[in-house]
Design a protein around this ligand. Structure first.
Ligand SMILES: NC(=O)c1ccc[n+]([C@@H]2O[C@H](COP(=O)([O-])OP(=O)(O)OC[C@H]3O[C@@H](n4cnc5c(N)ncnc54)[C@H](OP(=O)(O)O)[C@@H]3O)[C@@H](O)[C@H]2O)c1
Length: 257
């Protein structure tokens, strides 16, 4: 049986916590007693979203604006969290964007926005979290939110898919680099989960039905099913797991091969 407050003495940082998967991850950790530093590009949006389940002025919460496509914002977010809480035990790189389009229509600006948020942002997020964990010498856990797109082949997703494949590879490299320092690094790769990122794509009921048809379990996932796995990987129950990408996709990757 799991303890109700597995994370009561833990400090968690989550990027992209104003909606969807990041917000749900934050809610689960909060309900299990953790203290949290949360950011998105808009502190106001995080504040409003968190208000649904917590008092945003709770001293267990630090809500900030940080654009993870900008390295200086990542460093400032990490430093503010360490200054306020004293350390970070679990860092979750979640902030991500998707801009599906035919490759012939891709522009350097959109390319940079996706790569800087999904790849550069994760790389420097891992670096800033690990620097502090290494300095303290007490270890910690980093969890990257990847995607089934790391292995599936969906036309129009070349840039997004490449960033997500990079996240899985980076996860392995960092797990090896920091393994002896007690830092575990893992990746949770969601399948199709209704959130803002794909609302437009699936507002057509036929597109939603086609996706459900493709998924072996016959349904799209729920944000809570991703958050549960993130908390598991962050917990002591996963103390010997590192460098892994765990697909949480109802079997979708089995179909795409
Ligand atoms: N939903 C799915 O089916 C699915 C599947 C596979 C992987 N994922 C991954 O899951 C992660 C979360 O996505 P989601 O589905 O929860 O979508 P979402 O509801 O659109 O959430 C994305 C979050 O990232 C934040 N964000 C975006 N760019 C940012 C930046 N530059 N700096 C800081 N925050 C930023 C957004 O907040 P602001 O707009 O307030 O900045 C928002 O809080 C992403 O990495 C996505 O690739 C999702």
């Amino acid at each position: 049986m799991l303890a109700l407050h597995r994370f009561h003495d833990k400090i968690i940082a989550v990027t992209g916590a104003s909606s969807g998967i990041g917000l749900e991850i934050a809610r689960h950790f909060y309900q299990e007693g953790a203290s949290l530093a949360l950011c998105s590009r808009s502190k106001e949006r995080v504040w409003e979203a968190v208000s649904a389940w917590a008092d945003p002025e709770d001293p267990r919460l630090l809500l900030l604006s940080a654009d993870t496509a900008k390295v200086e914002d990542i460093y400032a977010f990490q430093e503010a969290a360490v200054k306020y809480f004293g350390r970070i035990d679990v860092w979750v790189n979640n902030a991500g964007i998707e801009r599906p389009m035919p490759t012939v229509d891709m522009t350097p600006e959109i390319f940079d926005a996706v790569v800087n948020t999904n790849f550069r942002g994760y790389y420097f997020g891992c670096q800033s979290a690990a620097r502090d964990m290494l300095r303290r010498g007490t270890g910690g856990t980093i969890i990257n939110i990847g995607s089934v797109n790391a292995v599936t082949v969906v036309p129009g997703q070349a840039v997004y898919a490449a960033t997500k494949a990079a996240i899985s590879q980076m996860t392995k490299l960092f797990a090896r680099e920091w393994g002896r320092d007690g830092i575990r690094v893992n990746c949770v790769a969601p399948g199709s989960i209704p959130t803002k990122i794909n609302a437009e794509k699936y507002k057509d009921p036929a597109a939603d039905a086609a996706m459900r048809e493709k998924i072996p379990m016959g349904r799209r996932g729920d944000v809570s099913e991703i958050a549960d796995v993130v908390l598991y990987l962050a917990s002591e129950q996963a103390s010997y797991i590192t460098g892994q990408t765990l697909f949480v996709d109802g079997g979708l990757t089995l179909v795409h091969g």
